[in-house]
Design a protein around this ligand. Sequence first.
Ligand code: ADP
Ligand code: ZN
Length: 462
Amino acid sequence: MYLVPLYFVPGPFVLYFAMIKFPVPDDSCEYFDKEHETMTREQIETLQVERLRETVQRCMNNPIYKQRLEEAGVTPESINSVADIRRIPFTTKADLRDNYPFGLSCVPLRECVRLHSSSGTTGNPTVILHTQNDLDEWANQVARNLWMVGLRPDDVFQNSSGYGMFTGGLGFQYGAERLGMLTVPAAAGNSLRQIKFMKDFGTTALHAVPSYVTRLYEVMQEQGVDPRRDTKLKVLAIGAEPHSEEQRQRIQNMLGVKAYNSFGMSEMCGPGVGFECKEQNGLHFWEDYYIVEIVDPETLEPVPDGEIGELVLTSIKREAMPLLRYRTRDLTRVLGRTCPCGRNHVRIDRMKGRSDDMMVLRGVNIFPIQIEKILMNFKELASNYLITLTTDQENDNMTVEVELEELFTDDYGRLESLRKEVTRQLKDEILLTPIVKLVPKGTLPVSEGKAVRVVDKRTVYQ
Ligand code: ADP
Ligand code: ZN
């Protein structure tokens, strides 16, 4: 599709020919891949049926998928509409673990050029294989996103994700290069160096996990660096972990730039699966690459648009390891299927969290993001917080420790009334009363990657 024949580089005596596989559009174009980004709903669905058929065909190369598809009576020819996807069995993280490392691959290993893997803190890690085409398409997806929020080859892109097995590093790296930006692969951590790079190299766009942006800003403040005055930053890509709208607003106010939500998961490729456009009205999930379903996690039936359920994704353009109806465990909802930006790819709400993040305390279901949303509304509170669950005489308790923006520990009265107000608002939100502790800035642990927000120390009574 991108094969554009030739371009010429004049040399002293000869003309060099070069094949360029992925031309970057003209700077004035709003779209990186206009053809696919601006498809109508009808065109999207036609393409999805075609690519789903191809994917089912490809999955037949894998004995596990083959058996499952045959048992369900699914053949490529029997897929005639997107709704036919519901005849295909779900795939879960357990399937990836049980068939670790390469059991779900659909091509011979010699056709694969890279693998990524999750951290695997609980049991076998999950491994995802990529062919060269998979990597090329992944780079296109990321480039599309970055272009969508206004980045162009003149920009300087700094990536503060960990490189290596984590997809946030190489995923953004290749995408930013595909777009043609000067890239700064700073990798995770070392805030002083990050800030120096931003100043020295004229970084205009930064990718970071939201919890790390707030940490970076604190270090800027300690160093007397004003991001508006001392850097050229204009765009942030934030993602990889759940965060509230309140947290995003905070980040935007701190750095004085727009922060766009970026969703990805290694099973689907990595970053690039969904991204907000300039409207910031939900994440466009790219339906030329994925079929998106939201299902009731209990019944596994689809829920109506607007209702929260589990996100289920099918990758329809991957070669090495396409996943059919993959249960992500992320909870979210459909916001709409049109957008003033001209893209009709489904708009998905920011993640409420993963079903495994849900805390059940005294029969009440609580997500960390609900707590964050309240805390972020207090200007006296900084951005780092930690929720600890304990058991006391067979009762579950929740302690919320949150750092203070400014130290006024000598003003006990003021501190106490703030603590009471935070407790009251949290109780209104989560329907039980947590123990709130206001702690000095810099006392809670900071992670270089995804933030750890909950520590569960509860005793399990049988
Ligand atoms: P791991 O499972 O080790 O965290 P990934 O890096 O593949 O591996 O993480 C994917 C998960 O990260 C998603 O399933 C989702 O829970 C979370 N995630 C990624 N991007 C976002 C985002 N923008 N908002 C909320 N959660 C996100
Ligand atoms: Zn849009």
